[in-house]
Design a protein around this ligand. Sequence first.
Ligand code: URA
Length: 243
Amino acid sequence: MSTGFSRRRQDVIFTLPAQETAAAVTATAATPAAAPAPAAAATAAARPAEPEDLPGIAAQVASCTACGLCSGRKTTVPGEGSLRPPVFFVGEGPGEEEDRTGRPFVGAAGKYLDKWIPAIGLQRHQCFIANVVKCRPPRNREPRPEEIAACLPFLKRQIKLIQPKTICCLGRIAAQTLLETTSSLGSLRGRVHAWQGIPLIVTYHPSAVLREPSLRKPVWDDLRLLKTLLSDDPDAASEQAGK
Ligand code: URA
């Protein structure tokens, strides 16, 4: 398929006016909300923002009470990274370390993801990393459909705003959510999808690969496909996806 991307890409890190680093921005914006106000819960994620920007979205995330996950969080984890990323990685939801720090993928899975990114010729700070849900599910359980539905508008707004060159879904929840399907991860990986015109690929979640080393080979194949997509060679990408 044609990626159709030719615009000049910048490597701009998401910062607040205070010139914080991307990590600090995330943590700053993720200050715990005041006691949830159920009446205010309904539409925080969907509400049309004024001029849209990432700190604005992060601030709305930080005060969101649209689902029950808000009651267990230490901080929200809106996401962080480059404003013009070649890849927007989408995970499932924050774990313990992410909930503590307000930053995505900084625990064991994140450290493993950090090793994958150089395989596509990039560094972590050049990418954007976020999750489907921005608050930690209790004991790291999967987010429930109603929690995903409440939080998804934030992710969609982030992607639309950032317009990454590609999207890489890490694991089944991210893939099924963005692709609006119940198909298995195994059937979704290995080919190029699109989300609102942005090429999207699917691979296993780093936590799954840490648990199951036999998944390393398929992940490697997926990363090669992603790298080919980034090379702006659509023919090579389709050829590789067809293998
Ligand atoms: N797993 C995820 O899906 N996201 C994180 O941020 C951390 C672990």
